[in-house]
Design a protein around this ligand. Structure first.
Ligand code: GPP
Ligand code: MG
Ligand code: MG
Ligand code: MG
Length: 326
């Protein structure tokens, strides 16, 4: 937090009260996995060499840029998903007097990123690549979010369109690029690397991101809201969640009928029926199996990479999320 405050002071030397409160409410409070991965990855890429104060400051600055991007996505995602809580507090748009001002706050959060980059990276040879990276990743995320939303459209409530390839496409775009590829790509750029030479790294990180979003889908239903800081809404929202896809693959015709009748309804009784079906189909066991298989596959593709430093970066990121409870 002191770094966030000093960054803020440098960027906006007189903060209006609203902006200051809005930033404090929305930017900190998460796990900081994405932000911390920039500095961790950069350190590992430097293979034990001492980092200068300037290098640490710049890597932390990029880490915070990703946390601001995340804050922007979450403020808007919670409106779109009709969510109630986030990080153990009411979603920003549900705070008294905020409401739809949250849409503009999301835009403000997003607009701070190129300003921070301009302040601190304008003279760097990789400045243009950095801007391009943030823009591209934001486009990919918004595209994923679009598919996530349009597959749920009212009046077209047909579960037969929910298959594993559709789920994979949604989560690859809405989550994997910004949560996994972006932090490591930032560290690679700082280390003077050309991102075009790192397709293998990108592929592994995208697979890791898909695994991470499957965990998110699982925790939406089976996680403890006290621990994950949010109350799940995927069943009510008719989301193409990994759980519903798995349920559809395993359900008999009576169970399918029950799912068709209750999935996507707001009332508690319908949600409970769906959760009971997930329990009957042992989706907890199916997930545990998926989790260990994914881990093995990821470790093996990481070990295919020729560079030990890159392997360390990828293993460190995987270690942060394997069997996570929040
Ligand atoms: C996670 O989906 C994806 C995002 C937060 C990206 C949002 C992108 C925008 C362009 C707004 P989710 O809804 O499953 O996340 P959560 O479970 O945390 O609400
Ligand atoms: Mg959401
Ligand atoms: Mg969402
Ligand atoms: Mg979710």
């Amino acid at each position: 937090m002191p770094l966030l405050r000093s960054l803020l002071a440098q960027i906006l030397f007189s903060l209006p009260i609203w902006d200051s409160f809005m930033l404090d409410y929305n930017v900190p409070g998460g796990k900081l996995n994405r932000g911390l991965s920039v500095i961790d990855s950069y350190r590992l890429l430097k293979e034990g060499k001492d980092l200068t104060k300037d290098e640490i400051f710049l890597a932390c600055t990029l880490g915070w840029c990703i946390e601001w991007l995340q804050a922007y996505f979450l403020v808007l995602d919670d409106i779109m998903d009709d969510s109630h809580t986030r990080r153990g507090q009411p979603c920003w748009y549900r705070v008294e007097k905020v409401g739809m001002i949250a849409v503009n706050d999301g835009i403000l959060l997003r607009n701070h990123i190129p300003r921070i980059l301009k302040n601190h990276f304008r003279e760097k040879p990789y400045y243009v690549d950095l801007l391009d990276l943030f823009n591209e990743v934001e486009f990919q995320t918004a595209s994923g979010q679009m598919i996530d939303l349009i597959t749920t459209l009212e009046g077209e409530k047909d579960l037969s369109k929910y298959t594993l390839p559709v789920h994979r496409r949604i989560v690859q775009y809405k989550t994997a690029y910004y949560s996994f590829y972006l932090p490591v790509a930032c560290a690679l750029l700082m280390a003077g690397e050309n991102l075009d030479n790192h397709a293998l790294v990108k592929n592994v990180l995208v697979e890791m991101g898909i695994y991470f979003q499957v965990q998110d889908d699982y925790l939406d239903c089976f996680g403890d809201p006290e621990v994950i800081g949010k109350i799940g809404t995927d069943i009510e929202d008719f989301k193409c969640s990994w759980l519903v896809v798995q349920a559809l693959e395993r359900a008999n015709s009576d169970q399918k009928k029950l799912l068709y009748e209750n999935y996507g309804k707001k009332d508690k009784a319908s949600v409970e029926q769906v959760k009971k079906l997930y329990h009957d189909l042992d989706l907890k066991g199916v997930f545990a199996e998926f989790e260990s298989k994914s881990y093995e596959k990821l470790v093996s593709s990481i070990e295919d990479h020729p560079s030990k430093a890159v392997q360390a970066v990828l293993k460190s990121f995987l270690g942060k999320i394997y069997k996570r409870q929040k």
